[in-house]
Design a protein around this ligand. Structure first.
Ligand code: F6P
Length: 363
């Protein structure tokens, strides 16, 4: 059977373990050998004990856990050719020519470049006597399939990234908790939520918690928003509301692209309205804890599909991402997704917010 390596890379997210489990199980079911590559690209570069054969039993009991049990790391060495040469050598030693990479856009882009370089890397290893002719021949093509693990839901090409639903649940739980104490003391809370340059978590979190206001990168407020915000808050209070909740995405900006931070919003509210206002930064709580049922199932579906995609791959098939379209599992060319995701980031950095939203929507 073929050998498959599975690894998680970049920031962790809840649900990654269910993908790892599904890759092991679908792979084993189809007669493949599956290897865990621990600590992301770092484990691939270091080899040795970092690349171990997975068993059915070793993938039991992990789906319920947050994070990634096989570890994740940011790896400087993999950015250098020498690092990628060592990574290729470690894969060839184990005869691994199929990879499932679970991560965000940076990790998936890295995997695609590695695939494009593969033949050249193998030639160099052969030349240097680090692999044999036989190994060069047996491992001539590298197949790659990507799964999008990220709490941010910032990847073009899938409706939901693995982990976003759980992060949303963490946010909703936290806002609900804050709301009770806020109400007791008639306070205003400004809560910062994650998402990097994407406002999904803040926007949907705000809708699900009856927040009074939300700041997201994709929809900067009109100039003079300070007065509009305060009028809205005061209006809510005049109708009997005892508290205010404002969510601020960590990447929120104004129309000129300058950051809008939770502290800035707090200052506006205290200066203008004199409300007792507090800031809560949710931070990595959002990335932790048990995955929701949705993320467990999503991760499982994508993991199983990844193995099927690897089995279908020919040397000429472009690398793909397994993703969710409506409620369907689909395969999308990896480069198309990465290019669109990068185009969104570029549009955002140029304050071209409408274009960013258009690009992020379905084509
Ligand atoms: O991409 C996931 C994410 O949690 C973002 O929401 C956040 O901006 C970033 O990672 C934080 O990175 P780190 O865990 O390295 O501090």
């Amino acid at each position: 059977g073929r050998a498959i390596g599975v690894f998680t890379s970049g920031g962790d997210s809840q649900g990654m373990n269910s993908s790892v489990r599904a890759v092991v199980r679908m792979g084993s079911y189809l007669g493949c050998k599956v290897f865990y590559i621990k600590e992301g690209y770092q484990g691939m570069v270091d080899g040795g004990d970092n690349i171990v054969e997975a068993t059915w039993a070793s993938s039991s009991g992990i789906m319920q856990r947050g994070g990634t049990v096989i570890g994740s790391a940011r790896c400087k060495e993999f950015r250098e050719r020498e690092g990628r040469l060592r990574a290729a050598e470690n894969l060839v030693i184990k005869n691994i020519t199929n990879l499932v990479v679970i991560g965000g856009d940076g990790s998936l882009t890295g995997a695609n470049l590695f695939r494009q370089e593969w033949a050249g890397l193998l030639d160099e290893l052969l030349e240097k006597g680090r692999i044999s002719q036989q190994q060069r021949k047996e491992c001539s093509h590298l197949n790659i399939v990507g799964l999008v693990g990220s709490i941010d839901n910032d990847f073009c090409g899938t409706d939901m990234t693995i982990g976003a639903d759980t992060a949303l649940h963490r946010i909703v739980e936290a806002v609900d908790c804050i709301a009770t104490t806020a109400s007791s003391h008639q306070r205003c809370f400004v809560m910062e939520v994650m998402g990097r340059h994407c406002g999904y978590l803040a926007l949907v979190g705000a809708l699900a918690t009856e927040a009074d206001w939300v700041f997201i990168p994709e929809w900067p407020p009109e100039d003079g928003w300070e007065d509009t915000l305060c009028r809205k808050l005061a209006n809510e209070r005049s109708m009997g509301q005892r508290l205010n909740i404002i969510l601020v995405a960590e990447g929120a900006v104004d129309r000129k692209g300058n950051p809008i931070t939770a502290d800035m919003v707090k200052k506006v509210v205290t200066d203008k309205l004199k409300y007792d206002t507090r800031v809560t930064v949710l931070g990595h709580v959002q990335r932790g804890g048990k995955p929701t049922a949705f993320d467990r199932i999503l991760g499982s579906r994508m993991g199983a599909e990844a193995v099927l995609a690897l089995m279908d791959a020919t040397p000429n098939t472009p690398a793909c991402v397994c993703s969710l379209d409506g409620n369907q599992t689909v395969r999308v060319p990896l480069m198309e997704c990465v290019e669109r995701t990068q185009a969104v980031q570029k549009a955002m950095s140029e304050n071209n917010f409408e274009e960013a939203v258009r690009l992020r929507g379905k084509s």
